[in-house]
Design a protein around this ligand. Structure first.
Ligand code: AFD
Ligand code: MN
Ligand code: MN
Length: 430
């Protein structure tokens, strides 16, 4: 079995870049020192940053029209984990993997846990799937799952979520993410209030089965697959449900699940204030749930989200403990390259947000000095922290240039030989 990329190969690639990196890093340190910022202090914080990889992200994604599989696609969860291992090896910002059941079902969970540990990976939130029918399933989710009008269908969807918790316990996961595709395509199709009540009735049963140290992440989405209404349409519905369920239920923000131009950073601030921010599915969006690579279209928006997160940590907001995951669909790139790049992009936004002069921003806000306030954010956002990220990766044994190192390693070619093209194991679905 191909195990990953040789550490000596990574080190040799880094050696060619170390001299330039030392200069660039020193220059960044000087620049920041002039602004009263200690680069070493920032580096220590950035070095602890991690974002989970969704197991389905390592498969090539598709659209409603077609899917164009790439070479060496993972065939099952063990292959997916192997790819996640390479991403973590090179980019050093993705120490956890988030599984999707039943796509990632296997016969030996302890073997899977062992493989993860040997790759230096752990398991993040479990994801249930009641938005598509599985072979042999007695009831269909065509007209809904946790909110279906039929009690037996709801019970089946609840049971599936309980199974996800059981599997997660075996893997050391501490959270269950629930996203339902439930909704309606026609005005009049749904009794909105009753559908929401059924959602609460079902999720209460799931909530009751959560281990004490687990959290339940409720993920809202404005539309798709239902295109007139969804049951958990927005952060307001999500907040109502999370409040009704109890303290272990929180609201998860997927950046692509809002109407265009919605002020997501403001939603983030509201959820923090309410102690209900579960965490994020990072991606970028131009029109809808596009699942584009994080920060590829709107890096400033991603920075503004992190500005809220860093402010909350700085102010020690009660109950603030967000979980971070990438949730993207890679239709035209090698998923490993996209995921490494996106992890670094999210890490970059975090690093930039750490550079905001919080005291000066507070003062500008108190004085209603809009121009100074916005300059302070731009000063942080426009700082090129590339040498910092490179240094953090290199210090952790990763690659200074992950994509170039990955391409030079020939990993994809090697796994393409070991993994004959087969039907997708569920990866890459948006
Ligand atoms: C959906 C949601 C959710 C879900 C995923 C499935 O973002 O995270 O698990 O896509 O592919 O749009
Ligand atoms: Mn998502
Ligand atoms: Mn989505």
């Amino acid at each position: 079995m191909t195990t990953g990329i040789d550490a000596a190969f990574i080190a040799a690639r880094n050696d060619a870049l170390r001299r330039d990196l030392a200069h660039d890093y020193e220059h960044l340190g000087d620049q920041l020192a002039r602004r009263g910022i200690d680069l070493e202090h920032v580096r220590a914080q950035v070095a602890t940053f991690g974002v989970a990889i969704p197991s389905w992200g390592v498969g090539t994604g598709g659209t409603r029209f077609a899917r164009f599989p790439g070479p060496g696609e993972p065939r099952h969860v063990f292959d997916k984990l192997q790819d996640c291992g390479v991403i973590q090896q090179l980019a050093r910002a993705t120490p956890t993997v988030s599984l999707h059941i039943p796509w990632d079902k296997c016969t030996d969970w302890s073997e899977l846990r062992g493989q993860a540990a040997s790759l230096g990976l752990a398991f993040d939130a479990m994801n249930s799937n009641t938005f598509s029918d599985q072979p042999g399933q007695p009831r269909s989710y065509k007209f809904g799952s946790l909110t279906h009008t039929d009690a037996a269908t709801r019970a089946q969807a609840v049971a599936h979520n309980l199974e996800c918790i059981d599997i997660g316990r075996k893997l050391g996961s501490k959270a269950l993410t629930v996203w339902v595709g439930d909704g309606s395509n026609f005005p009049g199709q749904h009794h909105f209030r009753r559908a929401f009540d059924r959602y609460l009735e079902s999720t209460r049963q799931i909530y009751a089965a959560l281990p004490d140290d687990w959290r339940m992440f409720l993920e809202h989405k404005i539309c798709e697959p239902a295109f007139y209404s969804t049951v958990i349409q927005d952060w307001g519905s999500s907040y109502l449900a999370a409040s009704a369920l109890g303290p272990k239920a929180q609201c998860l923000v997927d950046l692509g699940h809002h109407a265009p131009n919605v002020n997501i950073e403001l939603i983030v601030a509201r959820l923090i204030a309410a102690g209900k921010l579960a965490g994020f599915h990072f991606n970028d969006s131009k029109y809808g749930d596009d699942d584009l690579d994080a920060g590829s279209v709107s890096p400033y928006r991603l920075f503004l989200v992190f500005n809220e997160l860093v402010a909350a940590a700085h102010e020690r907001a009660p109950g603030f403990d967000p979980a971070y995951m990438l949730d993207q669909s890679h239709n035209v790139t090698d998923p490993i390259e996209s995921l490494m790049t996106s992890a670094a992009q999210v890490q970059r936004s975090y690093a930039q947000a750490l550079l905001v002069d919080r005291d000066a921003l507070d003062a500008a806000q108190e004085a209603n000095d809009a121009m100074t306030a916005t300059h302070l954010l731009k000063a942080a956002f426009q700082t090129d922290v590339t040498p910092l990220l490179q240094r953090v990766r290199a210090d952790a044994g990763g690659a200074i240039d992950p994509v170039a190192t990955y391409r030079a390693s020939g990993y994809r070619r090697q796994v393409a030989e070991a993994r004959p093209a087969a039907l997708s194991g569920g990866g890459g679905i948006v």
